[in-house]
Design a protein around this ligand. Structure first.
Ligand code: PLP
Length: 420
């Protein structure tokens, strides 16, 4: 276990060059990474890190998994890309597999994109077409409901449903008739459905079941079931954004499948991040024939949609997750991680929350930024979604020993780091 701050040499020089030529939207990166293997990644100075962020819940199989590398290399030699005037076997196999994993009914269809934001753009466009079928009075336009603290992406449509004012309001006006409703408050959601005061029908509710970017905030099972019931009652679509929670991360293939929800069925599921184990891919699944039929030739599209390299990467990722039982394992490791963190009795840690391998530590002091830096200096990669929250989203391949190693580093995190 690395416990000493590690020296930086080439890193500093590369970071200077980075700042010179990159748009400053991400701030200065923490390190310049060179290569990885499994749970570990090395920077350009040769320092080693245990990666408990996985490219923000993306690298489900860690770095350079042999099955993933083999699948991508083989597909690269066959065809890296074809236009959507043509199809490829991997995309067909992948769409079939995703419908199977979600348990979506016969007649459900997949649209592939390249990111989480694009997945939600597609879902919102479908919701708008659906809304138009509900609207009876043009003076009372249909509405889409989103939740406070929700995050759905940075493109104009997805941003319109993204709550955080600091990242949304500079770009207003955005897509109209999207309303924010207090998360986890079923009365507020019920009230939002009311169509008095010239308010049109609700076309859709878009929500995460664990609000990842907000700091891994889980919504109550009762609330989620209640939203489903309200959507049923009012003929509204329930769009579940599984971009961060999907593909096994929370101990079920998708978070909507968790036991205590009693088998709810969404109308649209969006996915991205972990789906292709590091290859940029996202998409959405519309449940059932009738809804899916709202998209017809020309309604939507993207040059890279269904890209065969991405599809091959996704099939390899899903194959390993299935063969190695990583969904069930995410539950066990998550339990081990949460229990182990609290057992450190580190006074900096107020509580832990999360499911499977999507977890957060709530800090007793607003020093999350400094904590991330300290962890990095001690060989552990994590991040800080807010000043009092640390997020841990390791690859699904994390072993018992990897979890213990991370806990060992976290146990030493000092209680006097700089606050924000
Ligand atoms: C990351 C994320 C997105 C956006 O995905 P991008 O690939 O960054 O566009 C959307 N929704 C959720 C829940 C996410 O966590």
């Amino acid at each position: 276990m690395a416990t000493e701050a590690q020296p930086l040499g080439q890193d500093a020089a590369w970071l200077g060059k980075y700042d010179d030529v990159h748009m400053h939207v991400f701030g200065t990166p923490l390190r310049v990474l060179d290569h990885g293997q499994g749970m570990r990644v090395w920077d350009v100075d040769g320092n080693e890190y245990l990666d408990f962020l996985a490219g923000i819940a993306v690298n489900a199989l860690g770095y350079a998994h042999p099955d993933w590398c083999e699948a991508v290399a083989q597909q690269a030699q066959r065809a890296a890309h074809v236009s959507n005037y043509f199809a490829t076997k991997p995309q067909i196999e992948l769409a079939t597999k995703l419908i199977e994993l979600t348990g979506a009914p016969q007649g459900s269809h997949v649209y592939f994109g390249n990111s989480g934001a694009e997945a939600n753009e597609a879902a919102l466009k479908m919701a708008k077409l659906y809304g138009a079928t509900l609207q009876t009075d043009d003076a009372c336009p249909y509405r889409i409901l989103a939740l406070t603290h929700g995050f759905h992406g940075r493109t104009m449509g997805a941003l319109s449903a993204t709550w955080k004012p600091a990242i949304r309001t500079p770009f207003e006006p955005l897509v109209p008739n999207i309303e924010f409703v207090e998360a986890n408050d079923l009365d507020a959601m019920g009230a939002a459905f009311a169509t008095d005061d010239g308010k049109g029908p609700v076309a859709a509710v878009i929500m995460e079941l664990i609000q990842g970017e907000a700091g891994v905030l889980p919504l109550d099972a009762e609330y989620i079931r209640g939203v489903r019931a309200l959507c049923d009652e009012h003929n509204a679509l329930m769009i579940v954004d599984e971009v961060q929670t999907g593909m096994g991360r929370t101990g079920a293939w998708f978070a909507f499948q968790r036991d205590d929800l009693g088998g709810i069925t969404p109308d649209i599921v969006t996915f991205a991040k972990g789906v292709a184990g590091g290859f940029p891919m996202g998409g959405m699944i519309s449940f059932g024939e009738e809804l899916s039929a709202l998209f017809s030739p020309g309604t939507h599209g993207s040059t890279f949609a269904g890209n065969p390299l991405g599809a091959a990467a996704a099939l390899a990722t899903i194959g390993v997750i299935e063969r190695e039982g990583l969904v069930a394992q995410a539950n066990e490791r998550g339990e081990q991680l949460r229990t182990g963190i609290m057992a450190t009795d580190n006074p900096l840690f107020a509580s832990v929350r999360g499911r499977g391998l999507l977890n957060a530590i709530v800090l007793t002091r607003p020093c999350a930024h400094a904590s991330v830096g300290w962890a990095l200096d001690h060989g552990l990669i994590i991040n800080a979604p807010s000043p009092t929250v640390l997020r841990l989203a390791p690859p699904l391949i994390a072993s018992e020993q990897d979890i213990n190693e991370a806990i060992g580093i976290l146990a030493l995190m000092p209680n006097d780091l700089a606050t924000e």
